[in-house]
Design a protein around this ligand. Sequence first.
Ligand code: FAD
Length: 383
Amino acid sequence: MGEPFDLPSDPIVDEIRAAAGRFELGQRYRDLDREPAFPWREFRALGEAGLVGLHTPTALGGRGLSVERTGIGLFHLGYLGGTAFAKLSLQPEFSSVLAEHGAAPLVDEWFRPMVRGERLVGNQITEPGAGADAQAMAMVATPSGESYLLNGEKSEAAFALDAGAAIVYARVPGPDPRREITAFLVPQDLPGISRTLTAGDLGERWMRRGTVRYENVSLPARYRLGAVGDGFRYVRSELTREHALLAAIYLGVARAAWDETVAYVGERKAFGRPLSAQEAVAFPLVADGAELQSAWLFTERALQRLDRGEEADSGAALAKWMATEVALRAIDHAIQFHGGRGYSKDLPHEQRWRDVRSGRIAHGPSEVMLHIAARRLWHRTPG
Ligand SMILES: Cc1cc2nc3c(=O)[nH]c(=O)nc-3n(C[C@H](O)[C@H](O)[C@H](O)COP(=O)(O)OP(=O)(O)OC[C@H]3O[C@@H](n4cnc5c(N)ncnc54)[C@H](O)[C@@H]3O)c2cc1C
């Protein structure tokens, strides 16, 4: 496309292009919307190709790329395979609490196989009464001899039926309610666990979200991840990286829609000339291209700050907020300028829009992203 619309580049991109062609990720992304199921075949194939866990340390079986290079890789996975395969690649990142705070046998049993694309670990934070305000969670883990007894309900959880285990956050009752939230790895086949699917999602249907109920579930203490009361601190530091990396995915998906639309309006004729000759078509597309690129540069800065170990929560949160806003606008224009077919499943744009739309809610709603930035701007301590 050329300056100022260059795509981000890195040697990993060649591998991603080759894998996307070999495993037909573009087509499989479309299939997943029609027949929602966890794509085990592609997960394993991407794992074997070394494309699951781009940022995961090599000692744990990952690629050990910097956060910035991981972001570039995810941008291109989003470009070629929609949100689905990029998020699969990112799956170990969503479980870094297990990798960093789990006992070695748990890491061997669950984390390493996930990087190979063989096992899936979910994350369960949200509850019916505690979503954006996750610290209001009520689920309890009561110490009972060498075990904990889990009671409560987790909702909105991705892979509710497909994950073999989940990182679950629950309160270990203590004198200070602010020091109760604790992380556990919970195999999902323990007695007392029941799982149901949500009625049907707008997008990202392959995630098969649902509700997981825990009734007197006995969990050996060795499944606790890290210290009692530190669960929320762990998840907070993981979330910062996630926000910036998710931004990269959404921008990659939107950029694919934009590229296809730029090409299409150059060819498609209406009123005796190409659509691109209409300023009402050309100008919004030029503006989208500039906005997508600005959001990428903003995201890249957050990724670089993370690599340097600098404070990045505000920049990463704003990157996710900005990326979803800009991406949804660009994809909406892609639907619009493809006309009637743009509104149909003939083309991938409507699916892309529905999938990226989750980014305004999942991993913290947009309002919470702005809240994180406002807190930093006025030097308020994390609440
Ligand atoms: C595709 C998808 C996958 C998900 N996967 C998982 C998963 O695997 N595990 C998991 O635990 N959860 C998951 N979630 C749940 C997600 O994290 C929550 O939906 C999200 O945190 C919001 O919580 P809530 O739904 O309870 O909304 P609420 O907390 O009730 O908030 C509703 C709305 O109110 C607004 N709002 C909330 N707080 C504020 C505020 N402080 N200021 C201004 N406005 C505010 C926002 O617009 C928000 O969307 C997923 C969600 C989606 C959509």
